[in-house]
Design a protein around this ligand. Structure first.
Ligand code: MG
Length: 411
């Protein structure tokens, strides 16, 4: 067995990390980066999600060239020490590429620990606070009537929470569907006028019992964000997501003081210097970071506990460019987090379920865990090979919108 490069002074168990491998697969067209940590026990391994859809190959390099040689030979039981040591061995830290790489290994180590314990990971985090995680549906449409129709489909399926996004005619509108997300023009004024009209319609049509959400996707200047949040107050949103880009976090102080609309923020945030003030100063209602983008379960668990102390709820970001392994890990947190708010997820295709058998399932508008030990989800490398990733930049066009004067919009 290889001796690890930087072992701790305490004795290791007989189980060691033998190999750390990485695969890139795209069963639903988006490249997913999957980590497998194999141990010296023949049948004992863990799987993790290191998916950075837009830039998968730098993450693969970070794992294969640096994390794997650094960690092979370590005792996989030392999750926290491995996280601490691996996160500073690059000296520079806190960015998305290295965080995703760390997360892939971290999730796999929690999977291994759960398998060794014979328990689902949520049991290792203190046990259940709820039986399943309520989720929200993504309803979009060309106009308010089409959004209403799509929202009703979720309500009929038992969902109590629906995110509503509508096309702004002629604009490259985030979340409104493929047809308008290609590179194009973006007019924040037209958008800020369109969204309250959408919610006036949807709230009236669906009644008071359905919780409504909306994602701005960071595309507003601070005064527009204030105006939108105030004009949405009569429609009682569950939350307004990412109203400002992460470059403008200080403006949350103004936004917070101006509106009663609940605020969710965080999917582009990767480090403590950014999320800590938002939580500590109670500038948001829902922390919306991605578990894998902040570095994995080990750090996300602490963020969730931090949020609890400051009256902030969790709403971990988890769309289709997180692998089903990432969804399973996020669900483990949801189940064990008292201050859980809501979970984003999506139904995975048959192809994705072939590559990732036995994961969580959706019914009654909630995400339910598999009760298998560890993360409770498998990875089939042979099935994965049938879905090679698309060429780089294939899925990036939705980030290429520009203002009327031709300048770039922060997506
Ligand atoms: Mg979002």
């Amino acid at each position: 067995m290889k001796e690890p490069l930087a072992p701790p002074p305490w004795p290791a168990s007989d189980v060691r990390i033998r190999r750390i491998g990485v695969s890139v697969t795209a069963p639903d067209g988006l490249p997913l980066v999957i980590v497998k940590v194999e141990t010296t026990e023949p049948e004992l391994f863990g799987v993790g999600c290191a998916t950075f859809t837009q830039r998968p190959y730098p993450v693969v390099e970070a794992i294969e060239k640096y994390l794997a040689p650094f960690l092979e030979g370590r005792d996989p039981a030392d999750i926290e020490d491995i996280y601490q040591a691996a996160s500073v061995t690059s000296y520079w830290r806190g960015g998305p590429v290295l965080n995703y790489a760390l997360a892939g290994v971290d999730l796999a180590l929690w999977d291994i620990k759960g398998k060794l314990a014979g328990m689902p990971v949520y049991q290792l985090l203190g046990g259940r606070c709820r039986q399943a995680a309520p989720i929200y549906g993504h309803a979009s449409g060309r106009d308010a009537a089409e959004v209403e129709d799509n929202a009703r489909r979720f309500v009929d399926d038992g969902y109590r929470y629906v995110r509503c996004q509508v096309d702004v005619p002629g604009m490259s509108t985030y979340g409104a569907g493929e047809r308008t997300q290609r590179a194009g023009q973006w007019d924040p004024g037209a958008y800020v006028r369109a969204v309250p009209r959408l919610f006036a319609h949807v709230r009236d049509a669906l009644g008071e019992d359905i919780e409504l959400l909306h994602d701005v996707h960071e595309r507003l200047a601070p005064p527009d964000a204030v105006r939108l949040a105030k004009e949405l107050e009569p429609f009682r949103l569950f939350f307004l997501e990412d109203p400002l880009p992460p470059e403008q976090l200080e403006h949350f102080r103004v936004l917070r003081s101006q509106t009663a609309t609940p605020l969710a923020m965080g999917e582009l945030i990767t480090n403590r210097a950014e999320y800590l003030p938002l939580i500590r100063d109670r500038l948001i209602d829902f922390a919306r970071m991605r578990v894998t983008a902040v570095g994995g379960l080990s750090v996300a668990w602490k963020i969730g506990a931090l949020c609890d102390f400051f009256g902030v709820r969790t709403a971990w970001q988890c769309p289709g460019d997180v692998s089903p392994i990432g969804h399973a890990a996020t669900l483990a947190l949801d189940l064990a987090t008292p201050n859980f708010g809501i979970q984003e997820t999506q139904p995975f295709s048959d192809a994705a379920r072939d590559v990732f058998p036995n994961g969580p399932t959706i019914h009654d508008g909630q995400l339910w865990p598999s009760e298998q030990p560890g993360l409770g989800i498998d990875f089939d490398p042979a099935a994965a090979e049938k879905f090679p990733p698309p060429a780089p930049l294939t899925n990036d066009a939705w980030t290429w919108a520009r203002l009327r004067d031709g300048s770039v919009v922060k997506p």
